[in-house]
Write a protein that binds this ligand. Sequence first.
Ligand code: ARG
Length: 459
Amino acid sequence: MKRLWASRFQKPRSDLDAWQASYPVDRGFWREEVEATRAYARALHGAGLLSDAEFQALAEALGRMAAQAEPPTGDFEDVHTAVEAVLAEAVGPVAAKVATGRSRNEDVVTIERLYIRRAGADLLGGIRSLQASLVQQAERHVETVVPGYTHLRQAQPMTWGFYLMSWFFAFERDRDRFRTALRRMDACPYGSGALTGTTVPIDRAALARRLGFLGPTDNALDTVSDRDFILDFLYACLTTGIHLSRMAEDWVLFSGDEFGWLALDEALTTSSSLLPHKRNPDVLELVRGLAGRWLGALVGLSTTLKGLPWGYSKDLQWDKTYFLEASEDLRQALTVMRQVVEGTTVRADVARARLQPWTLTVELVDFLVARGVPFRTAQQAVARFVAHAEAVGRPPESFTPAELAEWLPAVDESVRQVWDPAAAVRRRNLPGGTSPDAVRQQIRKAWQILQERDEAPDS
Ligand code: ARG
């Protein structure tokens, strides 16, 4: 196996070297390592450590390596070793200068940051697409009444458009968390050396800018020890994943036999090897279950970091699979949920039929309050009426105004209006509410957010 430190030892190496190698995983950062090495070479040239001709030769070879679609297969300890080895084949002895003063401890966090920046931008785009689908569907359903739940018991009528928009704003917070994570890690480790900085007089600020960072990191020891930027990224993946998981659960329920007012496109379901009638929401269940993996990643890496001596230790090599898998899982789950949103139809008639009239008894409270009854008095009177109606087994809207008057103060003929769910929805008309106008306002804001925030340089 190719190792950068082999000259240190005399005895033949054992197969332990293979076990310690990270190339099977970090070959995924080939592109970043090549890009970073090219920028580093330029910094060395600027510092007078590479001649014009040497830099030219290295830069050209690295350019060709960057265009390579796949990382090379070979027996390398890690991607840092692989790039140096391939470069040596291409340009000969001058390749030995390319890592002048550079430690893998700083190199690994540089390429990890580059990778996460790219993956993060991709995920921001994925969330945005899902959000756009949610808003498009919401536009079609600002008047579609469905039951709204607390404690998974019917609470109040709402519109499907309102429900969809609630997810838009939840995902907007996720985008914000990704942007914050990316902003916080926007500093370049190069120049940190193994832990104490470097004697090579590279222009750290120029090198940082060349790699697209805001500037260099502030303290070399912190830089090689820190993996907070991965935790930040994993946490952003996790909250997005928790949202996807809860959303998937709602879709499973609302499309199930007991709810039944969402219909899933056939492509979103599978059937059974035995039960001929089944249409199972496997896709949604897989998304729902994925949350465990994002949480596992965050807990796993946090546990590795806890109690680890400050400075680089090889334990840190385990950091990679966590964010590689987390971001790939999330990328796919976002695409899947977008197809779910677009492949779902609302069966408004079923939703209407399932809506329990009890969900409108709070309209009765409002009705009394509007006629001067103190809120608590009204709420308690309606609660007593509800208990009575339930005891005698009659739905609340079957009571005539005269019968209601036995239980409630200030009732007249106009009380009949309270049993209209569409009217109940229309009354929630303040910003943030479920009324068609309030939801249209949310939709306008959503389109504005999608436009404005996408123009920001960091998204
Ligand atoms: N493969 C290592 C990692 O992923 C690179 C850094 C190695 N540094 C060292 N001093 N052994 O963390």
